[in-house]
Design a protein around this ligand. Structure first.
Ligand code: MSP
Length: 676
């Protein structure tokens, strides 16, 4: 008997149809698609759901303004979402709309269960009451007085005045689920990540949870409450239910039983703006109704521009259609998932998009593929060379050590590179997974330069070494394509075709080493990612414009360089790097700078010399915890004054989940040591 496959039910938020899709929507949906593909590669049974949230006051208003029916408006925008996902090569299993009959029936079934539900302390989970409070029609939610901006009782998210509202409503007794929620979240029975978000949710519980109203009198475009037909169900109860209604909750359908109650993983990808609804309201509603709760929720960070929230009013939106048309779907997917840690906020720039495209895709990956295939075409008559013809002792020296390691260690299923990359995908660490793959791409490119296959080819006695090296190189290229395929599926299929494996997407069997059969003719070699030549091209054709330039056509591009690594104009040479003096520095004193939340004044020992440095790390480190650490200092920066305090150097740090993480050493280094 074979073991049952691990199941994953994966969802994105369902997006409001107030407006056309936004880059934030693309960000979550691409992440979900990449995770789906990665988990399928690992042999798991995945169901991926996305869709649209179509009820509520906003839609009533917009449809009225446009002079069309609500349904017509929803149909148009839902079609725009589906079309966008097609452009991004997103393959969901179902697209749920809250106006679908299957959804409405499912919501009513959940409601029937809630109407008779009892809280853990034996009271009715749903009760009648009167609500009075500040209501934001754009949020479709009530706001606490303290949240509002004054004057004008303005919603901080929508920058519009809230309305004072009094309604006879039905309420859900959320307050009765505090203890259960705390325990469920603390124990990771519902695993909320990043960790900082879990703490945020626990903090909200700590402050005390308020019951919330679950019906609305003023809204017409929604699902009528059966026992109060002049009310509709609160839009968030309606919307959250999509995660089970889409699987056929109304009819206890096989998909519902398989993916929701079947004991597998139930994972919601969300944004940090909707954590309260997903991590408090939703699990409590489900628990009250006797339905299993999600097992995991991951909140992605927000994309900003020049540090500001994307907004039509500010005019800094990023058009997801322009983004995908700019350099094609693989490039856009790669950039969004590689550029930042998935849980952290980050700033989008057109320049960074083009730089990453040129450096990682055109240069690193594109050149590796093109060189490997061109050499096989030239030296092996375009056929996969024999696996092994050289005596083992001939295969020594760094390039062979490296490829040997790759063949014997890295590619071992379950423990090598593949397992490491898959584990990172599983944790939604897309940037880490890709970073890992790209580090191997770099090492393969280096191994080519060191081995000089063109020199081996001149000496017939070294034929075996040449074949062995090229075979391993091709296998490396193949595995890189497999492991990157969740993010760049088109490129992976094209690499497979060039390797003579047919234009298909990799599957789990492809993760094993040695799948290339010697003697197989290779396909036609074509450039994967033609360079975008003008470094400032992005400035001229930014993705924030609504009329983007056409994507470059691969066949019109010049072939990428072969042989030795080509110098990329956006990279620096070693001489430029050498101008930067990096030194190990030991922190001897640290104190916060009065009046600044971020800055800390450090005294550092540079091996005999003491320096004062100002660093923006106060939000991530307590001063006392800094003393004694040996960090990396840019030692030859011109002095600068920060909040009136002189700084003689800069401390190097990365960032994770919005917090600074200092660069340190993994074993002891003397203060003053040069870092290179
Ligand atoms: N309809 C609700 C969700 C209901 S789920 C049961 C909703 N929709 S939304 O259209 O506003 O989309 C919200 C999601 O879009 C966010 O949670 C986030 O995932 C994504 N983003 C919207 N803007 C974003 C950025 N600027 N950056 C990253 N993602 C953001 O809320």
């Amino acid at each position: 008997m074979t073991a049952a496959k691990r199941t994953l039910y994966l969802t994105t938020p369902i997006y409001y149809v107030n407006d056309i899709p936004h880059v934030g929507h693309a960000y979550t949906t691409i992440a979900a698609d990449a995770l789906t593909r990665a988990r399928r590669l690992a042999g798991h049974d995945v169901f991926f759901l996305t869709g649209t949230d179509e009820h509520g006051q906003n839609i009533e208003r917009i449809a009225r303004e446009k002079g069309i029916s609500e349904q017509e408006h929803c149909d148009r925008i839902a079609a725009a979402f589906r079309e966008l996902w097609q452009r991004y090569d997103v393959r969901y299993d179902r697209f749920i709309r809250t106006t679908d009959e299957i959804h409405k029936r499912g919501v009513l079934r959940l409601w029937e269960k809630l109407r008779v539900a009892k809280t853990p302390d034996g009271r009715d989970a749903v009760y009648s009451g009167t609500y009075s409070g500040w209501y934001c029609p754009r949020c479709e939610g009530f706001k606490d007085e303290e949240e509002l901006r004054q004057p004008g009782n303005v919603c901080p998210d929508h920058e519009r005045p809230c309305e004072w509202t009094e309604e006879a409503n039905l309420f859900f007794r959320l307050s009765a689920y505090e203890g259960w929620l705390r325990q469920t979240i603390e124990s990771d029975t519902l695993r909320i990540r990043p960790e900082s978000r879990k703490n945020e949710v626990l903090g909200v519980i700590q402050q005390g949870l308020k019951d919330f109203s679950v019906s609305r009198a003023r809204v017409k475009w929604g699902i009528p409450v059966p026992e109060q037909p002049d009310h509709v169900l609160y839009v968030w109860v309606d919307a959250l239910s999509n995660y089970i209604t889409a699987l056929g909750f109304a009819d206890d359908a096989p998909d519902y039983r398989h993916y929701w109650t079947g004991g597998g993983e139930r994972l919601h990808l969300i944004g940090k703006d909707i954590i309260r609804f997903h991590c408090l309201y939703w699990p409590a509603l489900l628990y009250a109704a006797g339905v299993p709760v999600p097992t995991r929720e991951f909140a992605q960070g927000f994309i900003t521009r020049e540090g500001r929230k994307l907004s039509k009013t500010t005019g800094n939106v990023i058009d997801p259609v322009a983004l995908v048309e700019r350099l094609g779907p693989d490039a856009a997917r790669y950039f969004l998932l590689r550029e930042a840690n998935y849980g952290a906020d980050w700033d989008f720039t057109d320049q960074a998009f083009v730089t990453r495209y040129n450096a990682d895709l055109a240069n690193d990956l594109g050149n590796l593929v093109s060189r490997a295939l061109t050499m096989v075409a030239r030296y092996c008559a375009g056929k996969v060379p024999p696996r092994w013809q050289a005596p083992l002792e001939a295969l020594t020296g760094p390039p062979f050590d490296f490829t040997e390691k790759f063949a014997r260690v890295v590619a071992v299923p379950g423990s090598g590179l593949a397992a490491k990359v898959m584990a990172r995908y599983e944790e939604l660490d897309f940037s880490g997974a890709l970073g890992e793959v790209w580090s191997w791409i770099g090492q393969f490119n280096q191994a080519i330069v060191q081995t000089e296959p063109w020199s081996l080819a001149k000496d017939p006695a070294r034929r075996g070494e040449l074949d062995a090296f090229l075979y391993r190189l091709l296998e490396g290229v193949r595995l890189v394509a497999v492991l990157a395929s969740p993010v760049v599926p088109r490129a992976a299929a094209r690499i497979f075709s060039m390797l003579g494996l047919g234009e298909r997407e990799p599957d789990g069997h492809d993760l094993a080493w040695g799948r290339l059969e010697p003697g197989t003719p290779l396909g036609t070699v074509a450039p994967l990612f033609p360079r975008v030549e003008k470094a400032n091209d992005a400035k001229e054709n930014p993705v924030s414009e609504s009329t983007p330039p056409p994507a470059p056509k691969p066949e019109a591009a010049s072939p990428p360089p072969q042989g030795a690594a080509a110098a990329a104009p956006d990279r620096i040479d070693i001489g430029e790097f050498a101008k930067v003096e990096l030194r190990a520095a030991k922190i001897t004193e640290a104190e916060k700078i009065a009046g600044s939340k971020k800055l800390v004044r450090l005294q550092v020992d540079l091996g005999g010399e003491t320096r004062q440095v100002v660093a923006g790390i106060a939000e991530s480190y307590e001063p006392a915890a800094l003393v004694g650490k040996t960090i990396v200092l840019v030692a030859n920066l011109k002095p600068a004054k920060l909040m009136g305090v002189e700084s003689n150097g800069m401390v190097l740090a990365g960032s994770a989940e919005g917090k600074a993480v200092l660069c340190t050493f993994d074993s002891s280094v003397a203060p003053g040591t040069k870092v290179k």
